[in-house]
Write a protein that binds this ligand. Structure first.
Ligand code: CS2
Length: 470
């Protein structure tokens, strides 16, 4: 038997399950990007608010492209188990906030109608870096336009993706779909309505949630006594920092009551998270992919890689952060990366590296350059990225580059065994990855070239050890 509304009551008493009515009310939240992260993070915050008796936080979850990810959730009435495991212990919980589901590519109209529904008060988004396209702006605008035409209240539209200033980016994307020239009076009104009645807060979200695995499904079966094709595993830690900018100002204290940090300064949390956590993640993911270490815990478990990441954060990232508690933050991150319960695949994190590197590495490198300080750790990480584009690890096993730029990256990196310098230069010239300043910086190019030589001659582990010995 599988987990569903019918079988929920049969779960062992130790598992926390929703006790509120999941069918009496229309969802108040439309979430775009129904991946593992949302289900083990925001959906659990909304579950808490629902459990407190506030019926407005049920979710209409939208998978952006993949019906095969949404269908199993539908078959389980939006229910799934989450294993929360770290040094403090292991527990299972079944959040109940996911009430409806759609797939944007095949059910676009249902999504537009959901955004325009009277009960909807929030739209949240985790559509990944590459999801910020004109098509997303248009989808949101179509729903928002219907709201405005129907005289409905404005809503809060919260981007929760790993992008600096994510709320501003999303707002610009939506407004860009209204023609700047020859604006009709209706469009002009819609623009004013968007600015005065809707809110696009920036936010930083954090929780390590690996993609579902067969191992977690088997563990769920054991813990639940039921089959759960959508079970997830995560850590106890979670953080949601959101700008105090809501269509309904009363939401600020409600979210705070559920443990969300509401502040006017999201920026300092965003930059620290993107460069410390995500920056280290990308470095370890590429190191792991090339050295055939399957999980982040394997990388951080190797002493030289742990020291490398510790130094990367402490020496090259932290000097440019506005967060002053960076040392505690770094130490907490190292402990989180080492969580043995999280089988966080390096290839999952290496996915879309071309979209992730721009937020994660160049700001720290540029900060170091401005201060005349060393950027050796980032240069080595960049060299490993070049090596990664070969698509074969140091054991000779091939792997796939899952990246919208995969073809062009692999084409540029293909000859790196025979023409290493040309390939490094070609990959470092890409402004879409490194921004406009770094491709011009001779010392940066020279240091990445140096580390690439070491990586090609001696392997990634030796190159890291050499760096640490400097
Ligand atoms: C990771 C993130 O896959 C990745 O790019 O760096 O998903 C990371 O696990 C989360 O941002 C943690 O909050």
């Amino acid at each position: 038997m599988k987990l569903s509304a019918l079988t929920l009551a049969s779960l062992p008493a130790a598992i926390q399950t929703p006790t509120y009515d999941r069918t009496a009310h229309a969802p108040g939240v439309v979430h775009l990007g129904l991946g593992a992260f949302h289900r083990a993070h925001q959906a659990m915050v909304f579950d808490q608010l629902l459990a407190s008796g506030d019926t407005r936080w049920g979710i209409h979850g939208v998978g952006m492209t993949r019906p095969d990810l949404v269908n199993p959730l539908r078959a389980q009435d939006g229910l799934y188990a989450v294993r929360i495991a770290d040094a403090k212990g292991v527990k299972w919980q079944v959040p109940g906030a996911l009430w409806r589901t759609s797939v944007a590519t095949t059910e676009r109209d249902a999504v537009v109608q959901a955004i325009a529904a009277p009960a909807t008060r929030w739209v949240t988004l985790t559509v990944t870096e590459k999801g910020y396209t004109p098509a997303l702006g248009q989808l949101l605008l179509d729903g928002l336009r219907l709201r405005q035409q129907a005289g409905l209240p404005g809503i809060t539209i919260a981007s929760c993706d790993n992008l600096q200033g994510n709320g501003h980016k999303l707002q610009a994307l939506v407004k860009a779909e209204i023609p700047a020239k020859h604006t009709t009076p209706q469009d002009a009104q819609l623009l004013v309505w968007l600015d005065t009645h809707c809110a696009f807060p920036c936010s930083m979200v954090d929780r390590i949630v690996p993609a579902a695995t067969a191992e977690v499904m088997a563990a769920a079966q054991e813990a639940l006594g039921l089959q759960d094709a959508c079970a997830l595993s995560t850590e106890g830690f979670w953080e949601w920092v959101i700008e105090n900018r809501f269509a309904d100002p009363a939401d600020a204290s409600l979210l705070q009551s559920a443990g969300v940090r509401v502040t006017d300064d999201v920026h300092s949390y965003e930059e620290a998270k993107l460069r410390m956590l995500n920056g280290s993640h990308t470095a370890m993911a590429l190191i792991g992919a090339v050295t055939a270490r399957p999980f982040i815990a394997n990388c951080i478990g190797a002493e030289h890689i742990r020291t490398f990441v510790h130094q990367l954060m402490g020496r090259e990232v932290s000097p440019h952060l506005s967060r002053s508690d960076w040392a505690e933050y770094r130490n907490a991150l190292i402990a989180r990366f080492a969580n043995p319960h999280l089988k966080h695949s390096v290839h999952q994190i290496a996915t879309d590296s071309s979209q992730k590197i721009p937020q994660r590495w160049p700001p720290s490198v540029l900060g170091q350059i401005a201060q005349g300080a060393s950027f050796e750790h980032h240069a080595l990480a960049a060299a490993v990225f070049v090596r990664y584009t070969l698509g074969v690890d140091e054991q000779g096993q091939t792997y796939t580059l899952n990246d919208p730029q995969a073809a062009s990256l692999m084409a540029l990196g293909a000859a790196q065994r025979t023409e290493p310098e040309t390939c490094v230069r070609a990959l470092l010239a890409r402004e879409d990855l490194w921004g406009s300043a770094l491709p011009q910086h001779a010392a940066w190019i020279a240091r990445v070239t140096h580390w690439h030589q070491q990586v090609m001659q001696h392997g990634v582990d030796k190159a890291i050890q050499q760096l640490l010995a400097q």
